[in-house]
Design a protein around this ligand. Structure first.
Ligand code: PRT
Ligand code: MG
Length: 213
């Protein structure tokens, strides 16, 4: 039997992935809080549990045959080297622009009249592409988390961040001014694996699809 390695995004995507893995008979057969590599209930499928941002890299290099990753992470990474066969519909949110409520930056629309807009984000590539597509040049301030804080302390005029319920923005006195894109977790597959392990991968992807993913 062909053996497969599936890379899972640690954190909230992992939580949303577990019920799906359960249904597929691929639930972790080991302590996922401690182990980085665990067998699954299927002896032919191993799981690796890694930082979300590392999943595209593992799959691209063939260290994992396939992986579950947020579209936000995939878009930021650049997904050309991977097959993206399935939207799993889990870990849904959206990537949005937000500003301090009542500030001049809270008005939707072009930024043309304003000078050197500073945008704080964990997603510099997506942000750059988004504004560049509209012919707007912005100064991008790369952060690794808690983007909501940046406009409150004068580090940035806008943020580009994930929004689910909107509660975090609201609690911090911020308003969403524009949705860049909808985000959910998807399955990505290594291109060489897709050829070499075609039958095993097809079978797995078909089973996933039949679960309504
Ligand atoms: O630890 P590391 O830095 O590697 O990753 P991480 O901390 O970003 O991982 P984690 O566990 O937070 O998972 C992130 C992934 O989950 C993202 O890449 C998305 O694909 C997905 N996801 C889905 C979300 C959300 N929903 C989400 N709401 N990731 C983050 N949020 C945050 C958002 O950044 C904001 O701070 O939740 C807050 C907003 O939520 P609401 O409900 O208040 O709007
Ligand atoms: Mg984290």
């Amino acid at each position: 039997m062909t053996s497969l390695t599936l890379a899972l995004s640690k954190g909230r995507i992992l939580e949303d992935s577990l019920p799906l893995l359960e249904k597929l008979g691929l639930a972790p057969a080991g302590d996922i809080d401690r182990l980085l590599r665990v067998p699954s209930q299927d002896p032919n499928v191993h799981l690796v549990i890694i930082r979300p941002a590392d999943v595209p890299t593992y799959v691209e290099h063939g260290a994992a045959d396939l992986g579950i990753v947020g579209k936000d992470v995939l878009m930021e990474h650049g997904g050309d080297a991977l097959y993206e066969p399935l939207d799993l519909g889990i870990a849904q949110c959206r990537l949005s622009i937000a500003a301090v409520k009542g500030s001049p930056f809270a008005q939707p629309g072009p930024l043309a009249a304003r000078k050197r807009i500073r945008v704080a984000t964990k997603y510099p590539e997506i942000t750059r592409r988004h504004f560049a597509a509209r012919g707007e040049q912005v100064e991008i301030i790369k952060l690794y988390g808690s983007m909501e804080l940046a406009p409150l302390v004068g580090l940035a005029d806008l943020i580009v961040d994930l929004v689910a319920t909107g509660n975090t923005l609201k609690a911090n006195g911020l308003v969403e001014t524009e949705i860049i894109c909808q985000v959910s977790a998807c399955m990505v597959v290594n291109k060489a694996s897709m050829k070499m392990k075609h039958a095993a991968l097809r079978d797995l992807l078909t089973r996933m699809q039949s679960l309504g993913a």
